[in-house]
Design a protein around this ligand. Sequence first.
Ligand code: MV4
Length: 445
Amino acid sequence: MFHKILIANRGEIALRIIRACKEMGIKSVAVHSEADQEALHVSLADESICIGPTASAESYLNIKALISAAEIADVDAIHPGYGFLSENAEFAEVCEQCGITFIGPTADNMRRMGDKISARQTVTDAGVPILPGTNKSIETVDEAQQIADDIGYPVIIKASAGGGGRGMKIVHSPASLGNAVATARTEAQAGFGKADVYIEKFCQHPRHVEIQVLGDKHGNVIHLGERDCSIQRRHQKLIEESPCPVLSPELRQKMGACAVDAAKAVNYSSAGTVEYLLDTDGSFYFMEMNTRVQVEHPVTEMVTGVDIIKEQINSAAGLPLRYRQEDIKMSGHAIECRINAEDPEKFTPFPGKITGYHTPGGMGVRIESALYHQYTVLPHYDSMIGKLIVHAENREDAIKRMACALDEYIIEGIKTTIPFHQKMMANKDFINGDFDTNFLERVKI
Ligand code: MV4
């Protein structure tokens, strides 16, 4: 097992990883930017190192500074968390070249899944369902017209190097296809440095359902069931829950088995997530695979009892998974609300000093946050300041528990998404599980 791990991240996920390290008897090293001197991850880790100026590009994204810190602190491994360098294949490669274990998938895994055309090809070969479309880059308008005529409108054009909703164009008729392809290619080149785009049938009212997978370096891959992440705004998830309110045990088994097959197809040996679109008729289609631990991993931990971060660290150290598929039982219902420092009217960041702070507690209530009284939420980084996760016997009780916890939560001095979540927990359609990814465009909360 590792003796010391460097955490190449900040905020709540850095705390999450530090806590796992402490429980495992592993020393932790926090890194921070100049502006993050007062951040909680810095005081909770065993050691801390300043790696550069406030701008992420010069600190949390600075590979040279991170490797220098890792060498000075003499760590065995680096955990990248999510965001920042967590899906950067070059960083994973540099770590390994320096004799430091990257706690995550291989650089090859990241490249294969990070490129969406290559991911489509890989999972198709593994027998995972995908939406009708192309498994190669679309170069000409004629080619696009032919394919769109075959699969039928509406279609969606996606950048191969995109993902997470960036670089997509929905096309409803042949008249607008040519322009859309050309624009998509130009934008993909400008945004991602790669012009490749592909076409898929557009699914109009999908739910976003994703499967958590865990792999080890002995060829074992298991899944930990699903999360429904349909409540999103501008491709930012706001509420996640497990189980998905509409998934039958049969469908869970199928989606889980496909996710395991997709992971096995690339010899995946870490924590990952296979994202699907779930159509209204119960058909599901592979969307993308995220090769990192995700923000919403706690909802899966609450229903399965599996500590995903510890399992991920164990796997990276070469130990086999401590669970077989048949050991995984989902129990009760978990919901996560993302608490963002955000203006509720404009959905823009709202940084500032916390002048009053009280966190909810009680049975089945979990908070993942790096906030404290008098802390200043900085404008330089992500606006997510915490996650409130509840677990209860069933969905109805989980919603009630969440509503009570939100009522108890006091964060003064800034605006947050707490009032939004309070309204959601009282929304009839949400309570009935009656929603898809378009929910927040249709309903004014
Ligand atoms: C789609 C789709 C409908 N049909 N692909 C958005 C994020 C990126 N992973 C892919 N996305 C979508 N791809 C086809 N063929 C609808 C979306 C989509 C979406 C997906 C999940 C959650 C929220 C969403 C919001 C808008 C669009």
